[in-house]
Design a protein around this ligand. Structure first.
Ligand SMILES: *[C@@H]1O[C@H](CO)[C@@H](O)[C@H](O)[C@H]1NC(C)=O
Ligand SMILES: *[C@@H]1O[C@H](CO)[C@@H](O)[C@H](O)[C@H]1NC(C)=O
Ligand SMILES: *[C@@H]1O[C@H](CO)[C@@H](O)[C@H](O)[C@H]1NC(C)=O
Ligand SMILES: *[C@@H]1O[C@H](CO)[C@@H](O)[C@H](O)[C@H]1NC(C)=O
Length: 177
């Protein structure tokens, strides 16, 4: 009699446990974080390698959910665009020929306008206006593309990187709305 109660208790416990474990498993799949999330998210972008290396370069990404990962992407864009604006400005003030100056000047304007836009994008993001934030990333991507077709020999690496990453970031942000 006691054996029977104990064994049916064990049966109930194991059934309950397996239900708990499997629902835990499903919940986790819906709410992935860190490296598995980066892999899954970046695979869907146009430039998975760029997406992965930039995402993983931020230490917070190892425990970030999709919202966190998107913000990391926006922060990276803001920092890189800001840094590049300063570089473009230096090229501009150091230019010795008019053509060099005019191309540097145009790129500087494009980056300078992007800096202000991308910070606005971060504000939208924090207000959970993900669609508006993504529209800003689209505009910034356009500004960078415009600069990239100019002959500014010092900027192509950055232009290419930012152009690819802001393309990927639009795909990532789009998953939030
Ligand atoms: C994502 O993570 C942040 C903390 O980093 C948390 O505040 C937020 O609720 C999480 N979002 C979802 C959808 O789980
Ligand atoms: C952009 O970078 C400069 C340094 O080049 C820094 O002083 C400034 O605070 C940055 N701007 C923003 C909005 O973070
Ligand atoms: C611009 O010129 C100054 C000196 O005139 C130099 O120190 C600086 O490194 C130059 N910057 C660039 C980006 O070439
Ligand atoms: C950079 O952009 C800001 C805002 O868009 C503007 O106020 C500022 O004059 C610009 N800087 C230069 C040097 O053009």
């Amino acid at each position: 009699m006691t054996m029977k109660v104990v064994s049916s208790c064990l049966l109930v416990i194991s059934v309950v446990l397996s239900i708990l474990l499997s629902s835990h498993h499903f919940a986790k799949a819906d709410n992935e974080i860190g490296k598995p999330l980066i892999t899954k998210t970046c695979t869907q972008t146009d430039f998975p390698d760029v997406c992965t290396s930039i995402s993983e370069s931020d230490p917070h990404s190892s425990s970030a959910n999709l919202t966190g990962l998107s913000r990391i992407g926006l922060e990276f864009t803001a920092a890189k665009v800001n840094e590049t604006t300063a570089e473009a400005y230096k090229l501009l003030i150091n230019a010795t020929e008019y053509y060099q100056w005019s191309m540097g000047s145009a790129c500087f304007q494009e980056y300078n306008s992007s800096v202000h836009q991308v910070y606005k994008g971060l504000e939208y993001f924090d207000q959970q206006k993900y669609h508006e934030a993504n529209e800003i990333v689209f505009l910034v991507n356009g500004e960078i593309h415009t600069c990239s077709v100019r002959e500014v020999p010092e900027l192509p690496g950055t232009n290419t990187l930012l152009s690819k990453f802001t393309t990927d970031l639009q795909t990532i942000l789009h998953q939030l709305y």
